[in-house]
Design a protein around this ligand. Sequence first.
Ligand code: SAH
Length: 496
Amino acid sequence: MTTKSSRGKRSGSRGNRREDKPVDLSHLPVAKNEEYEAEIIGIGHNGEGVGRVDGFTLFIPGALPGERVLVKILKLKKQYGYGKLLKVLEASSERVNASCEIYDKCGGCQLQHLDYEAQIRWKRQFVVDNLERIGKLKVAGQDEADDSDASKDGIVVYPTLGMEDPWRYRNKAQVPIGEEQGGLVGGFYAQGSHRIVDMDKCLIQHEDNDEVITKIKEIGNRLGITAYNEETHAGLLRHVVIKVGFTTGEMMVVLITNGSRIPNQEQWIEEIREALPKVVSICHNVNKERTNVIFGAETRVIWGQEHIYDYIGDVKFAISARSFYQVNPIQTEVLYRKALEYAALSGDEVVVDAYCGIGTISLFLAQHASKVYGVEIVPEAIADATRNAELNEITNVSFDVGAAEDVFPKWYDAGVRADVVVVDPPRKGCDEALIESILAMRPKRVVYVSCSASTLARDLRMLEDGGYVTKVVQPVDMFPHTVHVEAVVLLVRREV
Ligand code: SAH
């Protein structure tokens, strides 16, 4: 019989356990609604602390590794449970006060309570753990990663490239608009709900974006626009989307309404122009659907330019209301420079960029290659990619619309043989058929840009089994204070 005091509490709370599930949880060392002391041993993939009580695993948002905390159990499953952090009994030396006043309410950031250096160390370790557990790959020790002479014994996972100033890095804000006591509010949905909470500053947004949102709310209040209400489907203004080009300073405002007209449109334009001189483009998007999706199908430019412009390195990009563009332009350049370095282009190579989006990586590499082929599933993105190629007078690229896994075999049949294949898939990773096509094409190098360490690890395993060796992995922090982890990986074909 265990002597832990926590055990004694269990019997008293049996009646509180979930009645709807017939699963027997009586053997567990913890019970719902009771309080326990937990030791925190790790960080889970949503940024929550992973703790143990009597060997039982608990996920506890806000707790950090090395801490001892008081936790109340909220929910139990057979193998693990969820708890609410009541008190930190012994704090980690890496704990810091979150800089943002609304950190606890918002949920947009998950790691602000962890020192930034520790955040990026954790991101590296997260990649390592995934490579080892899911990919069954051998990772070299941290010493080798610190040493620029890459070791041959295992994959070298370098320390994460973080930001010098990890704040104010986002170039795009998408703000839901609501109404409170007759006035417009705009900010974010309170965690786990659809209640809109007002916000005047978001510390990971470009400062100009904050200013625009504040002014738009003021203008809206003056001109008397109604805010959309999700439940009643009444009201007009649903979202305001703001974009800023970090290198050009140009800004775009998109008003998304549940109706085809903006009342007093001319006054809106006049007031925005007067209050916000950096805005060079004002767009109106109509979304009358009952949906969480922000944009509707119809977008009109109501004043100014159709695009704002930005640069990554010396490549210029036109960004429209709907185009996808990386949200952290500073780290995007760091990421692409790594991809370029790993591609090791001499100027003669044929490169394939699968999942090319608006052609960002393709155009970044094209200046150093003989020919680049890009493929992307969204037709509008390919239209942007083509326009961006023209804008930069880059002529050695060609873009195709389609699923990478379908287009690759067609290219192969048409005689395309890539020296380097770059993939930058969404979180679900590469389609298996695409990996098979890459193996069939036998490029010398594969550069894998990943936003999900688990699918990366799975895909690396397939590439390894197909004759490639994973050499180096470089995590890049694209989203400081959040749990998102991005990495660039170099694989080379094994010599036969
Ligand atoms: N490399 C680009 C975009 C990466 S995001 C950049 O850095 O900006 C991943 C892209 O893959 C998205 O644009 C998405 O539309 C596209 N995509 C998703 N599934 C795809 C598939 N099966 N084939 C080709 N592209 C796909």
